[in-house]
Design a protein around this ligand. Structure first.
Ligand SMILES: NC(=O)C1=CN([C@@H]2O[C@H](COP(=O)(O)OP(=O)(O)OC[C@H]3O[C@@H](n4cnc5c(N)ncnc54)[C@H](OP(=O)(O)O)[C@@H]3O)[C@@H](O)[C@H]2O)C=CC1
Ligand SMILES: O=C(O)CCC(=O)C(=O)O
Length: 426
């Protein structure tokens, strides 16, 4: 029995992991990936589970479960964000690590994929508790991470401050500052210009390219954005910079629709004051489910996985689906959208690659202690996104397949080629 045939394993209990495996299988079939290399390329190399005790402000010690999955080590250190969210499971983290592998390979970065997470609601923690959790998670990871082993970054529920605490914890342990152990840090401790906005900026840039290829002017386009965190808010600002009208936004509490255009500054101010969009009055209230079906030129899911499903795929009213989130579209929804043929998908591993690309720049800058300007970062970012995007279009034509499969085929093919070149059997 192949490992991937096992049922009952905690990885396979996860819908998200099974979805990532299904995507892999489809792309591997398309490029006729050799059987010998197929399973090794698909399955994660290392899955680590740790318990993270945190003494809360009320004096009670609570234990959280944390994970890190390092998907493959064939191209360099592993790379990927750390998520703090109550729904995190080892299966979800493994799926996200797989997608990181294909994303890094597609962008031509010398990394394998990784992802980490803790099953916790970070909004329910005080700042002191959040610091304790971040430091203890990194403490547990110290034997398994490092600038040439595994390099973390922010994802949902984590931010620059969390990265700074983690970098400090690692550095204290080894006895000197090691900025390159994480990316997405504050600039004051070796972060890169442009990293905070990189993912959203990349999303907006690729949307602009897509609109141009459809002969649509950004000024005539509207966008609906689910998730108003790092990625969603930065994508909204960058899209507006290109002239796109943002007509709806949301966070976990729900969304707001305003066909005349959302006042992004007012939304950001409200969010900064209240931590949430709840209670804002900048549009008609809509649920996160309704938001996805609003009429718009571009729909940008920028929050959770599996929000475009067989239930709503037939009712989307967008011309472009720009997957800023990882894994927002289920396998069944993909088939429905493919059959419809009227929605252009910018697949996640391309659409949100801007974040890891600038993380790579940050890591390179930290290793050489030589820092670039924001303009240099953004020019290099766009060059990589152009290259990846053009490669996907060529692959799509060559294989005669949807854009997602073309992107996956490129990423998976490059990882498999590296594995085969290094030799299959030790
Ligand atoms: N940060 C990065 O550089 C990268 C992130 N990504 C992906 O982008 C997505 C967003 O990440 P990021 O912006 O960093 O995360 P953040 O934590 O900064 O923001 C997440 C946003 O999504 C909202 N949200 C959470 N759950 C739901 C839900 N069920 N329905 C609707 N909205 C929800 C949050 O609301 P609230 O704050 O109220 O909880 C928040 O507005 C994730 O899929 C992540 O993996 C991909 C590449 C890089
Ligand atoms: O910046 C990074 O290293 C990873 C970002 C990330 O987690 C992602 O692309 O999903």
């Amino acid at each position: 029995m192949k490992p991937s045939d096992r049922s009952g394993s905690s990885l396979y209990d996860s819908d998200v992991f099974r979805m990532a495996c299904r995507q892999f299988d489809l792309a591997a079939d398309l490029i006729d990936l050799d059987r010998d290399v197929r399973e090794r390329t698909k399955l994660p190399k290392r899955c680590l589970t740790v318990t993270v005790p945190v003494k809360h402000d009320d004096g009670v010690v609570r234990i959280y479960e944390g994970y890190r999955v390092q998907h493959h080590l064939s191209l360099g250190p592993t790379k990927g964000g750390i998520r703090f969210h109550p729904g995190v499971t080892i299966g979800e983290v493994a799926a996200l690590a797989m997608w990181m592998s294909w994303k890094c390979a597609l962008a031509g970065l010398p990394y394998g994929g990784a992802k980490g997470g803790v099953a916790v609601d970070p909004h329910a923690l005080s700042r002191r508790e959040l610091e304790a959790l971040s430091r203890r998670y990194m403490q547990e990871m110290i034997p398994f991470v490092g600038p040439s082993i595994d390099v973390a970054a922010p994802d949902m529920g984590t931010n620059e401050q969390v990265m700074a605490w983690m970098m400090d914890t690692y550095s204290n342990q080894v006895g000197n500052s090691v900025p390159a152990v994480v990316t997405g840090k504050p600039i004051a401790v070796g972060g890169s210009e442009g990293r905070r906005e990189a993912t959203g900026h990349g999303v907006a840039y690729l949307i602009k390219r897509q609109l141009e290829s459809m002969s649509l002017r950004p000024q005539d386009a509207t966008a609906v954005i689910q998730g108003f965190g790092n990625v969603g808010a930065e994508a909204a600002l960058a899209l507006r910079g290109y002239g796109v009208r943002i007509v709806a936004i949301s966070d976990v509490s729900g969304g707001f629709h305003n066909p005349r255009g959302i006042d992004l500054e007012a939304a950001l101010l409200h969010q900064a004051k209240h931590r949430t969009l709840a209670g804002w009055a900048g549009g008609d209230a809509v649920s996160n489910v309704e938001l996805l079906e609003l009429p718009c030129t571009v729909l940008v899911p920028a929050a959770m996985e599996r929000v475009i499903t067989a239930d709503n795929a037939g009712r989307l009213r967008c011309r472009v689906l720009a997957e800023a989130a990882n894994g927002p579209t289920t396998n069944d929804a993909d088939l429905i959208l493919q059959a419809r043929g009227d929605v252009e998908i910018i697949p996640d591993i391309l659409c949100n690659a801007g974040g890891v690309v600038v993380s790579y720049f940050e890591w390179v800058q930290d290793l050489q202690s030589l820092f670039w300007t924001r303009a240099e970062v953004l020019v290099k970012l766009c060059a990589i996104l152009d290259r990846a995007s053009e490669a996907v279009e060529r692959q799509r034509v060559r294989l005669g397949c949807p854009r997602r499969l073309a992107a996956l085929a490129l990423g998976i093919g490059r990882v498999a080629e590296a594995k085969a070149s290094r030799g299959l059997f030790p």
